[in-house]
Design a protein around this ligand. Structure first.
Ligand SMILES: [Zn+2]
Length: 256
């Protein structure tokens, strides 16, 4: 059976690059087709009817025609443009960080419906007034879960003993926590306080509805960020571009 030439899918626009004079190649994250790349012809022309429905971080219903290499976008209808996100530079950077991680951790054409839902939920969450740092930590932990790198937070990854309520350490190379005695033989670890571990476990096991009620001081928030950053960095084996951007932006915001 041949596949139909035209098809339609929901998608979140997660990346765009210029192509030729007026076109773009867009990376779409979809519920049932995973990540796909497609050509949007003429979208850089001022009067393009498609352009507004294919902005970065837009949730759209996209029509496509199959091509020999890349498929071509033939139509698009915005479902949610996430306007509150787009009017705030810091929120944009958070959202782009999330989409960058999705891009980095996925291969094309591999369906991952829960990951699509997670990304969509996160964009909605970032539009609400709330603790965005916490929303990102939640996103990171659940993304890792969906792509097969769920960190072990319940027991020591070396001796398998349950963790005592004391300062334990996170070991990116081992994919989880180490107890104080196993930690001594591992050079690249980061100490994690009792409270930080509690929050990480809660983020990993709860939904956004619980997470949004959490209160955190900046020091704890920073600790969680560093643990996740170490692990993501290790997994990606290089700096995540927008994570570096996030740092730059934060230092700018703090210096105002
Ligand atoms: Zn141990």
């Amino acid at each position: 059976m041949t596949r139909p030439r035209n098809y339609q899918t929901e998608a979140i626009i997660i990346k765009k690059i210029k192509l030729g004079e007026a076109d773009r190649i867009l990376t779409l994250y979809t519920p049932y087709l995973g990540k796909i790349r497609a050509v949007a012809k003429g979208v850089r022309r001022p009067r393009s009817k498609l352009a507004g429905h294919l902005e970065l971080l837009t949730h759209s219903l996209v029509s496509l025609a199959r091509g020999r290499n890349l498929d071509t976008i033939t139509g698009s209808q915005t479902i949610n443009s996430f306007l509150p996100l787009k009017s705030d530079l810091q929120l944009i950077s958070y959202a782009l960080y999330a989409t960058e991680l999705v891009d980095q951790f996925t291969a094309e054409h591999i369906e991952n419906y829960p990951l699509f839902q997670l990304l969509l939920e996160t964009l909605h969450q970032l539009c609400q007034a709330g603790n965005n740092e916490l929303a990102l930590r939640y996103f990171e932990l659940h993304l890792l879960n969906q792509v097969g790198y769920r960190p072990q937070l319940q027991q020591c990854v070396s001796c398998r003993q349950p963790l005592e309520p004391t300062i334990n350490s996170f070991c990116p190379g081992a994919g989880g926590m180490l107890c104080p005695s196993c930690c001594q033989s591992q050079p690249l670890t980061r100490p994690v306080s009792v409270n930080a571990l509690k929050v990480l476990r809660l983020l990993q096991s709860s939904g956004y509805d619980i997470v949004v009620k959490l209160k955190m001081d900046p020091e704890l928030s920073h600790q969680l960020e560093m643990v996740m950053r170490d692990y993501l960095r290790y997994l990606l084996e290089r700096e995540v571009k927008s994570a570096a951007w996030l740092d730059t932006l934060r230092s700018k915001v703090n210096s105002i």
